[in-house]
Design a protein around this ligand. Structure first.
Ligand code: 5GP
Length: 253
């Protein structure tokens, strides 16, 4: 197109056309630029609408998972949600596959070459997320050994469900500079597990791309802490409140 205008311009120049003609050509060129810019803007608007639609799909969360939590989740004392029948003990791998696809959508366009999770409950979900991204999974091992030998990155994590502090370790062989890491875990409560994993990523020199959580308990501080650190956090279901007496669970919409 530019070539065409240039040729026209040259022709006019050669024909010693009036200044008026040149102005007209400039105007046409300008209107095309405006038109193209408009198209570009339209495209940008379209993609952001699509992104918003993806987010809105099932409110803030993933409908399939929210339905399953409502059906099979059990609210226990101490703000603990038991999802042993499909996530923490018996595992519904078809549901995990759908969760993997959802994470793939939410981290669309991000360069990820490794999934990092924490044993044990994160591993199942992380494997199906890794399937979608076609990358390996590394899981941080929990250990109580005082003197950890060998080349490992280490962080301390305070367990929400057990109330004690333990070390997590990842071998230096499996994470390092140049890696682009997505963290995956089953629950987010006070954010200690994610903070520990993020610490290991930082110590290794790898890049932290973001964190994907199956169930975030939105009434606890973890989500806020992680987001305030500028970490791209995606939770498939965010629980606004839950009542151990009635068993009622309210999701963030
Ligand atoms: P955080 O480190 O964010 O305080 O807690 C997250 C970790 O604690 C997760 O790895 C998960 O294993 C466990 N967790 C926290 N809250 C719950 C819960 O309500 N139910 C279950 N099953 N695990 C939880």
């Amino acid at each position: 197109m530019t070539k065409g205008y240039f040729a026209d311009y040259v022709t006019i120049e050669n024909n010693r056309e009036t200044l008026e003609n040149k102005r007209e050509i400039l105007n046409i060129l300008l209107s095309d630029v405006v038109f193209l810019w408009g198209k570009h803007l339209q495209f940008k608007l379209d993609t952001s609408t699509i992104k918003r639609e993806i987010k809105r799909d099932g409110g803030y969360g993933m409908q399939l998972l929210k339905d399953r939590i409502r059906k099979d989740g059990k609210v226990k004392e101490g703000n603990v949600l038991k999802v042993d029948s499909f996530l923490n003990h018996q595992m519904d791998t078809s549901l995990f596959r759908e969760m993997g696809k959802e994470f793939k959508k939410r981290f669309e366009g991000e360069e990820i070459n490794k999934i990092l999770t924490i044993e044990a409950s994160g591993i199942g979900i992380a494997c199906l997320v890794a399937e979608e991204f076609h990358v390996p999974v590394v899981f941080a091992k929990k250990t109580q050994t005082k003197n950890i030998a060998g080349d490992v990155y280490k962080a301390q994590v305070e367990s929400y469900t057990h109330g004690r502090v333990y070390d997590i370790i990842v071998s230096k062989e499996f994470i390092g500079k140049g890696d682009k890491v997505l963290l995956i875990d089953d629950f987010l409560a006070n954010g200690k597990a994610l903070e520990g994993l993020a610490e290991i990523v930082a110590a290794s020199g790898a890049e932290l791309v973001g964190a994907g959580i199956a169930i975030e308990k939105g009434f606890q501080v973890g989500g806020e802490i992680i987001r305030s650190k500028g970490i791209h956090l995606e939770s498939l279901a965010i629980i606004e409140s839950m009542d151990e007496k009635t068993g009622e669970i309210v999701f963030r919409e």
